[in-house]
Design a protein around this ligand. Sequence first.
Ligand code: F6R
Length: 244
Amino acid sequence: MKIIITENTEAFDSEGALFFTRQVLKKPDTTFGIATGDTTYNIYALAARLHKELAVDYSHSKTCNLDEYVGVSAKDKWSCRFRIDEVLLEKINIKPENTYVPNGLCDPPERELSIFKEKIESFGGIDLLILGIGVNGHIGFNEPGTLFDSGFHIAPISAETRTAKAALFGGPEKVPKFGISMGIRDIMMAREILLVAKGRSKAEAIRSIVHGPMTTDVPASVVRVHPNLVILIDKDAASLLQKN
Ligand code: F6R
């Protein structure tokens, strides 16, 4: 496990964007796994800027999002599809057919699960997964209590997470109660993980990853066994780490 701690949010965003960009320069046909959310937004925005300024080529790359809210359309501005298109995918030269976000309107939603699995397989698996983390240690929509060997599933979104996402949706009651998500097993199968977190509210979850114990009460605690894990955090998210 490698840990990068940045002084402030600006340095955090630019470290994240450089990490993302270096990956495609190193392996042009990279398949990226993509978390959306506030933490990653500026990282993608800066990566898109680097694409423009340095002519970074994404024409051989692929992206696959980690999750989507059940019941939302790609046109809803709070959907993972809308947000990733807006900040990254429409700004780089990636082929639309090389991008995938689970369809939140699939009816029944369970039908999307095999499509999700097959899409990742057809993309050759995930080379680099950009992974956010919830205040309660969730990854994707894998909330506390989710088994470490869970596969693609329809996941209940906890009241705590709905409160954390309330600003985006205009109130906790408007946040969908279910998500379509990669399971923890699928997350662990990524060849490399860049886990990102900023702010004091994430410090306890980060402490659990670095110092343990590994427990399904904090789903993210499992990533510490990943053989190729980089944790990018700002000083506030690092504030509960032991100094040695
Ligand atoms: C979103 C996702 C979630 C977020 C997490 C943190 O695609 O997978 O697990 O990464 O909820 O969200 P922010 O960054 O908004 O705090």
